[in-house]
Each structure stands twice: as structure tokens, then as C-alpha cells.
Design a protein around this ligand. Structure first.
Ligand code: AMP
Length: 559
């Protein structure tokens, strides 16, 4: 007997999951719930989700009038603020792709990214115009630049086709019907420099973004509800501020956007003003905030939870937040490639009942996977899955509906690996252990990059720069522990042994001098160590693991 197709197919509505639905929902059901922004103009701006919806619709109309079509890439170079939030919705909502650009990258990387994405318009905070001015001639895809500032504060610039954001919005109607897009439609593009070679684009879809938001607001993840006051201290150009501009409207939560105020004093003022109870960011930011609080004898009683990701959560930070401020440090692991949230260590009853030492140890792990995310560790040689015993170290691979399956316009495939059952995994480049309760711990990194204060430094680029210095035979860069920046680069150099005279031998000063105009200032190695030889593998590759093991605490010990 044949089975009727209608009986094997689910009979539910095929409603697509779209980014525009998030803001529509928030406006309809939490219309007065606020977005509180510290503006670059200096004041605090407040409005409700209903206002944000109407301005996003004006923006969608404006984009349409500018000739923007579905699939076009629209770049943003901006801090965390309500106008950037409107770009997230106006651009993606009308079917174009919101491409958030990291202004901290080098000029060449920014140029590369804009060219690679072929952005047609750029929405820019006035403070970032100086990044575009020197490269504008080469950005041939860019038709215009929209400056996000009050009309009466438009700065002078050598850029052409410049439009004021407020003026643009004022010229267009707030009546707009969002298109009913396919759920797989591309919505947002974010480049990561956490790989070797040029930055690579990760293209999120409407569906992946909404699913990521659903999962991330759960009690065992960020635990965000309509009465939560949440502040992303992670920039909106870093993996969409870890999804908070989507998660907050989905939850009807109050969203606090700190602008460029990521330093201790600015954060304290805004936390106090908005009575923030959940914040997210990299460890460096929290160290800065704590330093400010300690210096001024201040506290932040409204804050209950601080989510820490982008780097391991140091135990001392877990302890300080707990003991001195009564704040739970929520550990998070994720990547640009995973939207980014993948694993979190929530404060459940079992965990809170553990003896302090055990609890702190779990809080300085990377947490457990959310539903939807699968994680495994693999043996590099045999490609087999390793035991979840908290001891075995292996290549961390992930799968899930908000994990990328390929990079944007790239043929890089070596990071997509099949297991023995034929399932494809994304190889993260992290080395990890997983314990019997599924807690993940990142123990090392296979990818050749250093993460300093949440930003990537390419060891290979740094080595190549040093290699150009006369008298250098071989150069090697590793990331080592740093109290403030998590990691900093350490440069090892094997000098030319042919140069015997002490006076002519290369010294640190000469290397620093040589590097000055070749790398960004914040890439400068914290120390340079001259060695007779460097460790190599059988295939001649630098054996960085040996150096990392030996020198991991070098900067801490020598501080
Ligand atoms: P990004 O794509 O810039 O967000 O960087 C992702 C990378 O940051 C990961 O692959 C890790 O190397 C690192 N990272 C993120 N979260 C953690 C964590 N909880 N512990 C250790 N490393 C982390």
C-alpha cells in the first residue's frame, strides 16, 4: 500500500525565520522597551523598539531609492549604537547583506575586505572617515558613503558622494513592507582575520541568525528575558556583537549600546545609568573595568552576570567577580564561523552547589554545547574521535545549523573535514579537551595566530616582516600569556652567525626599529629573544608547541 505524501509531510505552516520578524515582534509586543545608546556625539540616546522599527523601515526605503537590490553588500564601519542597530535591520530586512567591517584591522586589510565583498554603500561613524579617505580611490564598488552623525555635526572630508544618515532617513517614509525572503537568504557578512592569509568572509543567513538567537537566549545559555538589561561590550563589528542585537529584540529585553566607550570609566557610568544586569565581552575589557572600580572604590550592584568569550576566562577573573562583586562569570566559547555562540557554562543549581574550587574550575572552562551544536575532538593522525575524559587533547571540530559550511567567495576547503561516518565538521584550529560532563576546555591552538585583547595578530605576517631584517636567519612568533591582553607576541630570532663583531650583531633595538613602519604598533612583539636554533618538526616546520610550553609564562614571570 502506498503512503500518501500528505501523511509523510509535516502539515505545519512553512513560515520563514527572518531578521525583520525580530524587530517587528519587539515593536509590537515590547514597543516601549528601550535601546539605550551612548552616542559618539557625547550624550545618551534612548528610544523604544517601535521607534527603531520605523527608522529601520525608513532606511529600507532609502536603500531601495539608492538602487540597492537583494543580495547587494552594504558595509558598516561603526561602534555600538542605535544607528548601527538600524543598519542591521534596514539592510538585512530588505534582503541586502549587512557587512560589518572591523575598523581595527590594517588599512590594507580593510581595503581588501571592501573590495572582496564589493560593498556598494558604506555606513560609517564620523570617527572612521579617516580610515576611508586614503583608500577611497581604490574602492571602485563603493557608490556612496553615509555618515552616521547628527546633521549639524557633519565633518569635513575629502571623500565624495557623502550623505548624512539623518538627512537620508528624513527623506524617506516609515511605511515599508518587509519582503518575504527565503530563510536561507544571506543576511550578514563578517570577515575573520583569525586565519592565515587574507581575512575570510562568513556569510550568515536569516535562518541561521534567528536559530542562533533562539538558542542563545535560553536559561542554559545567556538567560535573556524581557526584563533583562543587556549590554554587549563586544563591538557590533565582531560577529554581530555575539548576536545580541538579534537576541534582545527576540526577548523584548532592554539593549544598552556603549558606543566607543569600552574603557573602565565609560562602562561604569553606563552600567550605573542603565542598571545593566548582563554584559558580554572579552576578558581584557573586564580587567579594565575592575581596575577602574578598584581604583575608585566603586561597585556595580545591578550586574548579575558577565559573559566572557573570545579567549579563556582566567580563574582569577572568575574569583574576583564572584568574591568582590557577587557577579557570575559565564564562560563562552565561539568563533566568527559559529555565529558565534556555541558552548557556555551556565549557573545551574548543580554547578552552584559545587565546592568553590571545582566551581571556579568549571567557570574557567569553555562550558557545554547548546542544543544544535555538536562538538568533538579528533586525533590529528588517525582522524578518530577522542575520549571525553577531560584528558585527551585533540582538534576541536564543530557542526550545527549556525556553523559555516564554506567561506564567502573562497575555495578554502581544508578546514571542512569528514569523520569516519561521513559527517562533515568544521575544524576550528583550536586544541581542546572535553570532560565526561561535556565541559569543553581550549588548551592550545593549531592555527598560527595570536589573540591579543580580542583581536588577531598573524604570527606568519610578523615572522615575514622580521625575516626581512638584515642579519636575521630565521624568525618565529608565538603567543604567550599576558595579564591584560590575554596573549601577546614573542619573537624568537636566529641571528646570522657569520657576523662575529659584537658591534655589527643584530640587537633588539635594531629589530624594533626595523619593524616600526612594517607592522601596526599593537602588533609589536613584547620581547625579542635571540636563540642559537629553533625547534623543527621532522618535516621542517617550526615546532611552536615546544616553545609555547616553555615560554607560556615568560611575560608574566618577567613582569
Ligand atoms: P573569533 O573568530 O575572532 O571570535 O575567534 C575565535 C577564537 O577565539 C577561537 O577559535 C579560540 O581560539 C578563541 N576563543 C574563543 N573563546 C574562547 C574560550 N572560551 N577559551 C579559549 N579560546 C577562546
Amino acid at each position: 500500500m502506498s503512503i500518501q505524501p500528505s501523511l509523510t509531510t509535516g502539515q505545519m505552516m512553512a513560515q520563514p525565520l527572518l531578521i525583520s520578524d525580530l524587530i517587528e515582534y519587539a515593536a509590537q509586543h515590547f514597543g516601549k522597551q528601550q535601546i539605550i545608546s551612548k552616542r559618539l556625539e557625547g550624550d545618551i540616546h534612548r528610544y523604544g523598539y517601535q521607534d527603531a522599527l520605523l527608522r529601520s523601515k525608513r532606511l529600507a526605503n532609502a536603500l531601495t531609492a539608492l538602487g540597492v537590490e537583494q543580495g547587494d553588500r552594504i558595509g558598516t564601519l561603526a561602534w555600538n549604537g542605535y544607528r548601527h542597530f538600524e543598519c542591521y535591520y534596514g539592510i538585512s530586512g530588505m534582503g541586502a547583506i549587512c557587512h560589518t567591517i572591523n575598523p581595527r584591522l590594517f588599512s590594507e586589510q580593510i581595503e581588501y575586505i571592501i573590495q572582496h565583498a564589493e560593498d556598494s554603500y558604506l555606513f560609517v561613524d564620523a570617527c572612521f572617515l579617516s580610515i576611508l579617505e586614503p583608500i577611497a580611490d581604490r574602492l571602485i564598488s563603493v557608490k556612496g558613503i553615509i555618515v552616521m552623525i547628527d546633521e549639524d555635526q557633519m565633518p569635513n572630508t575629502s571623500l565624495v558622494n557623502v550623505i548624512n544618515y539623518e538627512q537620508l532617513l528624513s527623506e524617506h517614509s516609515e511605511d515599508y513592507l518587509w519582503p518575504q525572503l527565503e530563510p536561507s537568504t544571506a543576511a550578514c557578512l563578517c570577515y575573520t582575520s583569525g586565519t592565515t592569509g587574507n581575512p575570510k568572509g562568513v556569510l550568515y543567513s536569516h535562518q541561521s541568525t534567528v536559530l542562533h538567537a533562539f538558542a542563545s537566549r535560553n536559561p542554559d545559555a545567556l538567560n535573556i528575558a524581557s526584563d533583562t538589561i543587556v549590554m554587549p561590550v563586544v563591538p557590533m563589528y565582531h560577529v554581530c556583537a555575539w548576536g545580541l542585537p538579534y537576541i534582545a529584540p527576540m526577548s523584548g529585553a532592554t539593549l544598552v549600546l556603549p558606543g566607543d566607550g569600552m574603557g573602565g570609566e565609560d562602562l561604569y557610568r553606563l552600567i550605573d545609568h542603565a542598571k545593566v544586569d548582563l554584559m558580554l565581552g572579552v576578558p581584557t575589557v573586564w580587567l579594565g573595568l575592575i581596575e577602574y572600580l578598584k581604583q575608585h572604590g566603586l561597585s556595580i550592584p545591578s550586574v548579575k552576570t558577565v559573559g566572557v568569550g573570545g579567549a579563556a576566562s582566567p580563574k582569577i577573573l572568575v574569583e574576583t567577580l564572584d568574591k568582590d562583586y557577587g557577579i557570575y562569570l559565564l564562560p563562552i566559547w565561539g568563533m566568527t564561523e559559529t555565529s558565534p555562540l556555541a558552548t557556555l557554562g551556565s549557573a545551574n543549581k548543580q554547578l552552584l552547589a559545587l565546592p568553590e574550587d571545582e566551581r571556579y574550575a568549571l567557570q574557567s572552562s569553555a562550558g557545554k554545547p547548546m542544543f544544535g551544536i555538536e562538538i568533538e575532538i579528533f586525533d590529528e593522525e588517525t582522524n578518530t574521535k577522542l575520549a571525553h575524559d577531560g584528558e585527551a587533547r585533540g582538534l576541536l571540530r564543530v557542526r550545527g545549523p549556525w556553523v559555516l559550511k564554506s567561506y564567502y567567495k573562497s575555495d578554502k576547503t581544508d578546514c571542512f573535514v569528514k569523520d569516519q561516518e561521513g559527517n562533515t565538521w568544521f575544524d576550528t584550529g583550536d586544541i581542546a579537551t572535553i570532560d565526561a560532563h561535556s565541559y569543553l576546555r581550549i588548551v592550545d591552538r593549531a592555527k598560527d595566530v595570536v589573540k591579543s585583547g580580542g583581536e588577531w595578530i598573524s604570527s606568519i605576517d610578523l615572522e615575514n616582516a622580521a625575516q626581512g631584517c638584515e642579519g636575521v636567519v630565521e624568525a618565529c612568533v608565538i603567543g604567550v600569556k599576558h595579564i591584560k591582553w590575554d596573549e601577546r607576541p614573542l619573537l624568537f630570532i636566529v641571528r646570522d652567525k657569520g657576523i662575529e663583531s659584537q658591534a655589527e650583531r643584530l640587537d633588539k633595538e635594531a629589530v624594533y626599529q626595523f619593524l616600526t613602519d612594517k607592522i601596526a604598533k599593537w602588533w609589536m612583539p613584547d620581547d625579542i629573544i635571540f636563540v642559537d636554533q629553533l625547534p623543527h618538526t621532522a618535516t621542517g616546520k617550526l615546532q611552536k608547541r615546544t616553545l609555547r610550553d616553555e615560554y607560556w609564562n615568560y611575560l608574566v614571570d618577567n613582569d
